[in-house]
Design a binder for this molecule. Structure first.
Ligand code: SAM
Length: 275
């Protein structure tokens, strides 16, 4: 399927309403989106003119985190939930450029991700795409395709990248993540990025854009984001703004937070290890 304003011929996709995956794709400059999604993306750009850069930095952080996990932590199994539509460099490509044998299970609740992922991964036996919902974590753990693909007796990196913001705290998203982490062996990792609230107007603008376009997209204090890691220790440099976050080089020179552009202070990343 390609992008177009032509009549929709894929009845399983409702293209009249924006979806998270397709709005994000539009912000990244992708082609797998429809008019309603581009209107959603336009709302983001109205409140945060650099929202596209935020999305790109989030993808760059995803690659930084996967490289750390594959190269430094020696992880060769990735469970990437809320994986999104395929884009320039995906988790399996980032992992497999470090370890060609790395296995990835992509999970997303938007069926368009499965449709596009299958085409991309038709020739890649180390990667699968499954439609499932983080809100039903036991369903993900019980999914036969995932159980056949990943070895749960060995460490796995659970990736919840760029998705927490779409759940209100009242839904208790950390409990869904805990259900999965509880089933992973020590030596496993949890990799998260999320929208942050340190009191800046542009952060509030991001929340407003999300609420107006998608009905979700909340910002959280750093203290609250730290709770996503369920008390597990964070690897250096801990939780930080994406542009300052280099887990493979935590001692390297990084810009001071106040020297970043305001749009660079909207998302934070962190990786925790289950010990
Ligand atoms: N992880 C990718 C990244 O950071 O580049 C994509 C992030 S995108 C902003 C969020 C993704 O989470 C979308 O593809 C959306 O469909 C997916 N998503 C939202 N709610 C979900 C849920 N309850 N279960 C699984 N995936 C979900």
């Amino acid at each position: 399927m390609a992008t177009s304003d032509a009549p929709d011929t894929t009845p399983e996709f409702d293209t009249s309403q924006p979806t998270i995956a397709r709005v994000y794709d539009a912000l990244l400059g992708g082609k797998d989106n429809f008019a309603a999604d581009r209107e959603g993306a336009a709302l983001y750009l109205k409140y945060v003119p650099d929202a596209g850069r935020c999305a790109i930095e989030n993808r760059e952080a995803l690659v930084k985190g996967v490289h750390y996990l594959a190269r430094v932590a020696g992880i060769d199994q990735f469970l990437d939930i809320g994986s999104g539509l395929p884009t320039q460099k995906n988790t399996h490509e980032a992992a497999q450029e470090i370890n060609p044998n790395a296995k990835v299970a992509y999970v997303d609740n938007d069926p368009i991700v499965l449709a596009h992922g299958r085409a991309l991964l038709a020739t890649n036996n180390s990667t699968i795409v499954v439609t499932a919902d983080l809100r039903e974590p036991q369903g993900i753990l019980d999914n036969q395709e995932i159980k056949d693909h990943l070895d749960f007796s060995r460490p796995i990196a659970l990736m919840i990248v760029g998705i927490h913001m779409h759940f209100h705290d009242d839904e208790k998203p950390d409990e869904w993540v805990r259900t999965i982490m509880d089933q992973l062996v020590p030596g496993s990792y949890l990799f998260i990025t999320d929208f942050v609230d340190t009191g800046e107007p542009l952060q509030k603008g991001m929340e407003r854009a999300g609420l107006e376009s998608l009905g979700n997209g909340w910002i959280r204090t750093p203290e609250r984001i730290e709770q996503h890691f369920l008390g597990m220790p964070l690897v250096p440099p801990g939780l930080d703004f994406l542009a300052r976050w280099f887990p493979e080089d935590p001692e390297g020179d990084v810009p001071a937070a106040e020297d970043l552009q305001p749009y660079q202070r909207i998302l934070m990343a962190g990786i925790a290890k289950k010990v």
